[in-house]
Design a protein around this ligand. Structure first.
Ligand code: AMP
Length: 299
C-alpha cells in the first residue's frame, strides 16, 4: 500500500510537509471521517485527490459528539478496510489518532458553541452534538493545515464535507466564515445506492425489510425535487403523508429550509410555485437507527 498511517499530530505535520515538498505541491486537503467508510466517503476522497497535491484523510470517532455511551461503543470500526478504500482513492496520508492524542487530559474545557443554527433539526434530538462536532472539526482543521512550503508560497488548504450531513456542512461553513479559518470548505453531493437510499455507515444496522421501508425517505425527497424543478407548489403535506404511510418509518421532521440559516421556508411549500434556493431536510427512525437525508432545491 502506498498510503501511510500516522497516529500523532506531530507525525502528521512532518509527513504532510515531507510529501508536499517531495511533490513540489502547492495544495493540501483534509477529508475528515469517523471511519466505517463506504462509497460516499470514497467520493469525498477522490474529489479531494482530483483537486489537491497532498490529501490527508482523518479517521476519528469523536466522543464529544455522542450523547449516549452505547452509541459511541457500537460505532463500527473497520480500520483495515478503511485504509484499503482510502488507498484506492489515492489518499496520501491517514491520520487516525486515539482519544488521548486529541483530548490529552480529558475533555476540553473550551469548546466551539454552534449557536442557534444547531438548536433545530438534528440538534433538537441530539443536544450538544454540534458543539462537539464543531469542536473536533476545528481541531482537525488545525491538525491538517499545511505548513509554509519553501519556494511555492502558502499552500492552498481545502477540506471536504458531504452534503449528506447538510446541517453539519452548513455549520462548518458558518464556523469557518465567522471565525476566519484559513481553509476552503468544499461540499460533495450525496452518494446513493442505485435504489436511492443515501449511503450511511448506519445502513448496516437495517434488516432487509427496514431497508426497503427506508427508501420512502429518498422517494419523498425526489417528489419535492421534481415539483421544485417543475416550479410547482412543493406540497410538503402530501410528501409527508407518503412517509407517514410507511408503518416501519417513524418520521421526526420533514421541512424545506433556507440553506444558509436552516430556517423553514413555510410559504414556499403549499400553494405558491416554488422559486429560489432551498434545502429539503428529512429525518426518521427506522428500526434501530435514525436516518437523515436531504436534497438541495434550486429553481
Ligand atoms: P462520517 O464519517 O459518516 O461522519 O462522515 C464523514 C464525511 O463523509 C462527512 O463529511 C459526511 O457528510 C460524508 N458522507 C457520509 N455519507 C455520505 C454520502 N452518502 N455521500 C457523500 N458524503 C457522505
Amino acid at each position: 500500500m502506498a498510503i501511510q498511517l500516522v497516529t500523532t499530530a506531530a507525525r502528521l505535520r512532518t509527513e504532510s510537509a515531507r510529501l508536499l515538498k517531495e511533490k513540489g505541491g502547492s495544495s493540501q486537503a483534509l477529508v475528515p471521517t469517523m471511519g466505517a467508510l463506504h462509497e460516499g466517503h470514497a467520493e469525498l476522497a477522490r474529489t479531494a485527490v482530483g483537486q489537491n497535491d497532498v490529501v490527508v484523510a482523518s479517521i476519528f470517532v469523536n466522543p464529544l459528539q455522542f450523547g449516549e455511551a452505547v452509541d459511541l461503543e457500537r460505532y463500527p470500526r473497520t480500520l483495515e478496510a478503511d485504509l484499503a478504500l482510502l488507498d484506492a482513492a489515492g489518499v496520501d496520508l491517514v491520520f487516525a489518532p486515539d482519544v488521548d492524542e486529541v483530548y490529552p487530559g480529558g475533555e476540553p474545557r473550551v469548546r466551539i458553541s454552534a449557536g442557534p443554527m444547531a438548536d433545530k433539526w438534528e440538534g433538537a434530538s441530539r443536544p450538544g452534538h454540534f458543539d462537539g462536532a464543531l469542536t473536533v472539526v476545528a481541531k482537525l482543521l488545525h491538525y491538517g493545515m499545511p505548513g509554509a512550503a519553501a519556494g511555492t508560497g502558502v499552500p492552498a488548504y481545502r477540506a471536504y464535507f458531504g452534503q449528506k450531513d447538510a446541517q453539519q456542512l452548513a455549520l462548518v461553513q458558518r464556523m469557518v466564515a465567522d471565525l476566519n479559518f484559513p481553509v476552503e470548505i468544499v461540499p460533495v453531493p450525496t452518494v446513493r445506492s442505485a435504489d436511492g437510499l443515501a449511503l450511511s455507515s448506519r445502513n448496516r444496522f437495517l434488516s432487509a425489510e427496514q431497508r426497503e421501508a427506508a427508501l420512502v425517505l429518498s422517494r419523498a425527497l425526489r417528489l419535492i425535487e421534481e415539483r421544485a424543478n417543475a416550479r410547482q407548489p412543493l406540497d410538503l403535506d402530501s410528501a409527508r403523508a407518503l412517509v407517514e404511510s410507511q408503518p416501519l418509518v417513524d418520521l421526526d421532521y420533514f421541512e424545506v429550509v433556507d440553506p444558509r440559516t436552516l430556517e423553514p421556508l413555510a410559504e414556499n411549500c403549499r400553494e405558491t410555485p416554488f422559486r429560489g434556493e432551498a434545502l429539503a431536510l428529512i429525518a426518521a427512525r427506522v428500526g434501530p437507527v435514525r436516518l437523515i437525508d436531504n436534497v438541495p432545491l434550486d429553481s
